[in-house]
Design a protein around this ligand. Structure first.
Ligand SMILES: Nc1nc2c(ncn2[C@@H]2O[C@H](COP(=O)(O)OP(=O)(O)O)[C@@H](O)[C@H]2O)c(=O)[nH]1
Ligand SMILES: [Mg+2]
Length: 252
């Protein structure tokens, strides 16, 4: 069994991408299943095989501990870690080739609290990797791009999983797509774009962060996709196969 953790900022398209990858594997005769780790989500664009909402109920947590929605979400997330044995039993029972793991809308709940890392480390699955979603709609400037790349790198450090970076919502961003792809592949172009947006302290900080990130190879192979038109999905699948199957592709 192989697993793919799908992570990214709130609204970046994690849940929709999860459903699209599931459709792809299913269409190609591979057995994939979905684990939803988001306790706060109301509706999902797929039917999940395993759902943490079966174990923790945010509304009753709010009542029981007299918490508002944010506090309840934090507590609910932490409680999920204590259900790991039951979640593992369900995973073993379904036993898919690919387990797609949709993570909470608020990325910090999964990536920075102890529970997310605990699940990543302690679920018994042969191979684990992650996809980080750069939300195309958020990248409106080169500085935004560097900020999100910094987040992607921070989360990669935190989770310690092999990661593929994708850029979502290419159907919404028009000609900006070309700029973003240039920034992601050419450090000089990106530094130049930053110098046109900022000077002084912001310029110095952004370019220094960027050089540090670049040493870690952050944006190599940023894959542009649209969950709506399906554009770029073939490239994503190739990258997934390369990372998780060591080159052995799902049969078309
Ligand atoms: N146009 C467009 N909308 C998208 C894309 N991916 C997700 N969305 C929409 O963005 C919103 C948030 O997506 P969702 O998958 O729930 O994000 P999550 O919070 O990361 O799970 C939904 O309304 C999706 O339909 C995309 O590639 N293109
Ligand atoms: Mg979601």
């Amino acid at each position: 069994m192989k697993s793919i953790f799908i992570v990214g900022t709130a609204g970046s398209g994690k849940s929709l991408l999860t459903s699209k990858i599931h459709e792809y594997y299913t269409r190609n005769g591979a057995f994939s299943a979905i684990l939803n780790l988001d306790p706060g989500v109301e509706s999902l664009p797929y039917s999940c095989d395993i759902d943490v909402r079966d174990y923790v109920d945010i509304v009753s947590i709010m009542k029981q501990y007299d918490l508002g929605p944010n506090g309840a979400l934090i507590l609910t997330n932490d409680l999920i870690a204590s259900k790991i044995d039951s979640i593992q039993d369900e995973i073993d029972e379904v036993n898919p080739d690919y387990l797609l793991i949709d993570t909470p809308g608020q990325i910090e709940l999964f990536a920075y609290r102890a529970s997310g890392k605990f699940l990543v480390q302690n679920l018994r699955i042969d191979e684990k990797m992650s996809i980080f979603l750069f939300d195309g709609a958020l990248i409106t400037s080169p500085i935004n791009f560097v900020s999100i790349a910094l987040l992607a790198t921070s989360i990669k450090l935190r989770l310690g999983l092999p990661a593929i970076n994708v850029l979502t919502k290419t159907d919404l961003i028009g000609k900006k797509l070309k700029d973003i792809l240039k920034w992601s592949t050419n450090l000089f172009t990106l530094e130049n774009a930053i110098s046109q947006e900022a000077d002084g302290e912001t310029y110095t900080l952004t370019t220094n962060i960027l050089r540090g990130l670049n040493l870690g190879g952050f944006a190599q192979g940023l894959i542009p996709i649209s969950n709506v038109t399906g554009e770029g999905m073939v490239n994503l699948q190739t990258a997934l196969s390369r990372t998780i199957n060591l080159g052995e592709e799902v049969e078309d």
